[in-house]
Design a protein around this ligand. Structure first.
Ligand code: NAP
Length: 309
């Protein structure tokens, strides 16, 4: 029997990816949605999570697609109601919130899937295999996109806890921490804040692995024309490039795999959530979030031109 799922926060990612993935899922049935302004045809709709939980008690699980500033409160309510919870990235607004949610899930015997959709991109597994069987000499992340195109009207990204350019940038860090054999730390960071906003529009990070290998990362929300979601890894015996956010894999200059991007990630994400729910296990890895938090902690701050949302 399919798990009955309630979706919270019907915005861009819920409509673009979650609902289509759920429609085709062999594991889940979307039975209810909670969103202040939006409705989804064919399911029970509520304007808040509490009403959804009260009026659809048969829900097995809740998937949260609201902005990160609201994740903690929503996930806590759902876990306290005994539901399994899947959280969109970034998982929360503060590091402590993630730890408390993990504790709550363990106490309730519920699953907390603190998801990183980019880790389910088609070529991430192959990149991990490649990286772990070579001696790395360097790595580079270039994650540059046009915020007006990809995040139209999303004021929450620019508010405290909205992450700015790290909203997409954390996806690159989720892949990096998944594929590298060694842990990484932030060594230096420069964050560029528009003078009228509370979150960075661009950032440059120098990370370093435990083995001493430098990883340079550039994140920019002001990219026009070609967009870049690329990670390059260099080793003593060749190089690898993950592009299109992990969908395309190039090894030593030859494209060896190409897939459909985000649309391929979400069915795999929900499949993982289903297996975690059945096993009553949680998956919580907040290393990408720690790297972003550390960039905010030690980053130099530059003020740049104002940005209109
Ligand atoms: P979005 O288009 O702004 O949708 C989020 C929805 O959450 C809103 O439409 C809103 O619906 C609801 N909401 C509840 N509380 C809110 C608040 N305080 N401020 C604003 N909206 C609130 O955002 P999104 O792009 O779907 O992103 C949501 C989450 O998914 C983020 O964590 C983001 O990082 C992640 N994500 C986004 C993408 C992408 O390509 N956009 C990709 C992967 C992951 P109501 O007004 O109806 O309540």
């Amino acid at each position: 029997m399919k798990l009955k799922l309630g979706l919270v926060g019907i915005g861009k990612i819920a409509r673009d990816q979650h609902i289509p993935a759920l429609e085709k899922s062999p594991d889940f049935e979307l039975v209810a949605c909670a969103s202040r302004n939006a409705r989804v045809d064919g399911v029970a709709n509520f304007t808040d999570l509490e009403s959804m939980l009260a009026q659809v008690p048969q829900l097995d699980c809740v998937s949260i697609c609201t902005p990160p500033q609201t994740h903690f409160a929503a996930a806590l309510v759902a876990l306290r109601a005994g539901k399994h919870v899947m959280l969109e990235k970034p998982p929360a607004a503060t590091t402590r919130q993630i730890a408390l949610l993990a504790d709550q899930a363990a106490q309730r015997g519920c699953t907390l899937f603190q998801s990183w959709h980019s880790r389910f991109a088609a070529s991430v597994d192959a990149a991990r295999e490649w990286a772990r069987t070579r001696t790395l000499t360097g790595a580079r992340i270039v994650w540059k996109e046009d915020v007006h195109h990809w995040h139209p009207g999303q004021q929450w990204i620019w508010e405290p806890g909205g992450f700015g350019v790290f909203d997409p940038g954390i996806n690159a860090l989720s892949i990096l921490t998944e594929v590298l054999a060694h842990e990484v730390c932030v060594e230096t960071a420069t964050l560029s804040f528009p003078e009228n906003q509370q979150a960075p529009i661009a950032a440059e990070l120098r990370l370093r692995t435990e083995a001493g290998v430098a990883v340079d990362a550039e994140f920019d929300f002001r990219q026009k024309g070609d967009q870049s979601w690329d990670i390059e890894l260099h080793s003593t015996t060749g190089s690898l490039k993950l592009s299109q956010g992990g969908a395309t894999l190039t090894v030593d200059g030859q494209v060896v795999a190409a897939d459909q991007g985000l649309a391929g990630e979400y069915p795999r994400l929900y499949s993982r959530f289903a297996s975690l729910c059945v096993a009553k296990r949680s998956e919580v890895d907040w290393r990408p979030f720690q790297l972003v938090a550390d960039a905010f902690l030690i980053g130099e701050r530059r003020i740049v031109a104002p940005h209109q949302v």
